[in-house]
Ligand binder design. Structure first.
Ligand SMILES: Nc1ncnc2c1ncn2[C@@H]1O[C@H](COP(=O)(O)OP(=O)(O)OP(=O)(O)O)[C@@H](O)[C@H]1O
Ligand SMILES: [Mg+2]
Length: 329
């Protein structure tokens, strides 16, 4: 029975493309602050950073984040690994180290066998182990559709924090994973065709990229996930009060990504991302296929950082704020 299940058939939107669109999310959470706790809040809701951070002492910040989503691939073990790598990524994106995580699981127990859920959890466990992060509990709910992810707690040195608002004009922008997992996952959902490169990319931890970024003195960045490169670059530009200039010809893509766009495998989330950034983006003569690829909703994407990092690709730079907040050439 478990062999015949196609998990992506149970997903309304795939992976990070199932997120509430950026504009709607920001309207929804606007005004939820200010902070009310006793610990000093180092990173809160202000700019929509990847995680919240509170200060424990002079040298230690506590990082906390949660992420869960619908199946992006049919293979339960791979989906578990991808969801865990994606959730852990938000701690890495802040320059932190994950310490302990708990599973968040929604499962349609009348429809899908629990042994399949075990496979999902096994995938998450293996990736958490690779990250050196305890997976020590969780919460499980009977639901209409499967969803999985982690709540992760980590540590960061306050002077090594990586945030959206720390950009400076003149810094290069680097990306540490190729784009295209969104369109490849959309193709997988439609046709069953597996992209081994996409699975390998999504299950790769952002740990080494984050360590390299911190070692390089980088203090501004984020991970590229559901809002696509353009969406996350927009948030960075807005928080830092700068313009992001992207060189579309330098952006790396996974094999097959361009063909997947050509064949129409573009998720609703990706189209919404593009619509969201249009008002402040100068696309020059960039064609529609490239615009869609740059807006492609990623799941467990790479880091976008202000600086140069070993293993990353320089794809643009930060400029003083100009007429457009994002410029694509
Ligand atoms: N329901 C909510 N209440 C309060 N804040 C929220 C809520 N949902 C999202 N946020 C905040 O909005 C910002 C953007 O959320 P989003 O999930 O896109 O970030 P993220 O965790 O970096 O995403 P990803 O996992 O795709 O990298 C974050 O700062 C997040 O904490
Ligand atoms: Mg993030």
């Amino acid at each position: 029975m478990t062999d015949r299940v196609r998990l992506t058939e149970y997903a309304r939107g795939g992976g990070c493309a199932c997120k509430i669109p950026p504009g709607e999310l920001e309207a929804m959470v606007a005004g939820l602050g200010p902070a009310t706790g006793s610990a000093e809040l180092l990173v809160g809701l202000d700019h929509g950073d990847d995680a919240a951070v509170v200060r424990l002492d002079e040298r230690t910040g506590l990082v906390t984040t949660a992420d869960f989503f619908t199946p992006v691939v049919d293979d339960a073990y791979d989906w578990g690994r991808i969801a865990a790598a994606n959730a852990l990524s938000d701690v890495y994106a802040m320059g932190g180290t994950p310490l302990v995580a708990i599973n968040l699981l929604c499962w349609p127990r009348d429809v899908l066998p629990l042994e399949l859920a075990r496979e999902v959890l096994r995938g998450g466990q293996d990736v958490a182990r690779e990250a050196g992060c305890h997976l020590a509990g969780g919460h499980s709910v009977d639901d209409d559709g499967p969803k999985y992810g982690l709540a992760v707690t980590g540590l960061v040195r306050p002077d090594e924090l990586i945030t959206l608002d720390a950009g400076r004009a003149g810094l290069p922008l680097s990306l540490t994973k190729p784009l295209g997992v969104g369109v490849l996952n959309t193709r997988h959902k439609a046709t069953g065709e597996v992209s081994a490169e996409a699975v390998a990319s999504m299950t790769t931890l952002n740990r080494d990229a984050a360590r390299a970024a911190v070692a390089a003195g980088i203090r501004c960045g984020t991970d590229v996930t559901g809002f696509g490169l353009l969406g996350h670059a927009s948030k960075l530009a807005r928080a830092s009060g700068l313009t992001v200039a992207l060189d579309a010809t330098r952006v790396p893509y996974l094999p097959g990504a361009r063909a997947a766009v050509r064949d129409g495998h573009v998720s609703g989330g990706t189209r919404r991302n593009l619509d969201w950034v249009r008002p402040w983006t100068d696309f020059g003569s960039t064609g529609e296929a490239d615009r869609l690829l740059l807006a492609d909703a990623q799941t467990s994407g790479g880091l976008l950082v202000a600086g140069e990092v070993p293993g990353g690709t320089v794809i643009g730079e930060l400029l003083p704020r100009g007429a457009s907040m994002v410029v694509v050439r």
